[in-house]
Each structure stands twice: as C-alpha cells, then as structure tokens.
Write a protein that binds this ligand. Structure first.
Ligand code: ADP
Length: 157
C-alpha cells in the first residue's frame, strides 16, 4: 500500500525549513501532501492560493508531492486523503510541547494516524515563518530563507 503523509502547516510563508522537512520525508513516504491549513478566524499575510503556486514551483515537476489548501480538522483531511501519517518538523522544545499536544488530538480524531517528526537541520533551525513575514513586511529581501523568489512589495495582499 502506498505510504502517504500529510504535511500540514500555516506556511505563511513556506520556508527552506519546511522544504527540507519535505525533501527528507521523501525517503520515508511514497507521497507527501503539503496541506496549507486555512482558518477563517486567522487572517493570513500571504494568500493561500499564492503560497500553493509558489510551493508547487519549488518542487517543480515532482509527482510525489501534492499541494492543497484545507479548512477544518487536519486528521479528518488526512483520513480523506488516505494518509496514515502526519509529517511535522521539530526545531526546539517549544515546538515539542505544542506538537505533542496536537499529535494527541489528531489521534483522538483519527486513531490510526501516526505523526512522524523530523528534527530540523541545524542551519535551518532559526528560520520561522513569523520572522520571515516581519522582515518582508518592512521591506527586507527574504529570498535567502525561501525555496522560491518572492517579489517585493506585495502590499496589496
Ligand atoms: P503551524 O502553524 O501549524 O505550526 P508552520 O507553518 O509554522 O505551521 O509549521 C509547519 C511545521 O513545520 C511545524 O511542524 C513546524 O514545527 C515545522 N517547521 C517550521 N519551521 C521549521 C524549520 N525552520 N525547520 C524545520 N521545521 C520547521
């Protein structure tokens, strides 16, 4: 049976840290679905549709990677996709505390789901979406942190 993992996240924006987790995940799974979780109560900085396109562009032509946006419970989406695994990255103990809690919730929703954690590559550990967002907002070039080019001044977003 095909091993499918869902890699869920806000990805606001998707960074080189996320890219690294997906790339390394390819040695464990046949297919990885990158799921951009959207939440009507949480306003995004980069629209999900734009991020979907940029992520696809970064994995150019790799048919083992799928990208989609979703709303609702992550574990339910995983079940619908036939994904028995949730892939997540761990940078530090703060991530661990949070990830521990959500992985328990996900098993409550979908008992068979297993969350697989990959420890961040050390040189990518300091990268976080919120820091990239702040730098970008104040006009700093952030391409160094991203696996694609982000045009400056997307102020209309
Ligand atoms: P969420 O809002 O669900 O935490 P994020 O988009 O911030 O979503 O992160 C998605 C996943 O990627 C999380 O498991 C997070 O810990 C992991 N992650 C974020 N940044 C990095 C990084 N630099 N290296 C490795 N994993 C990361």
């Amino acid at each position: 049976m095909k091993k499918i993992a869902l890699f869920p996240g806000s990805f606001d924006p998707f960074t080189k840290g996320h890219f690294d987790i997906v790339t390394r995940g390819l040695s464990l799974f046949d297919e990885i679905v990158i799921g951009i979780g959207t939440n009507i109560n949480k306003k995004r900085f980069f629209p999900a549709k734009l991020m979907e396109d940029l992520i696809r562009q970064s994995f150019d032509g790799n048919d083992r990677i799928k990208v989609l946006s979703y709303d609702g419970l992550t574990a339910k989406v995983a079940r619908e996709l036939g994904a028995r695994y949730i892939l997540r990255g761990l940078r530090n103990t703060t991530d661990f505390e949070y990830e521990n809690a959500i992985s328990q919730v996900n098993r409550y929703v979908y008992e068979e789901i297993e969350t697989v954690f990959l420890i961040t590559s050390p040189h990518l550990a300091p990268i976080s979406s919120s820091i990239v967002r702040d730098l970008y907002r104040y006009g700093q070039d952030v391409d160094e942190f991203l696996p694609y080019h982000l045009p400056p001044n997307l102020n209309h977003l």
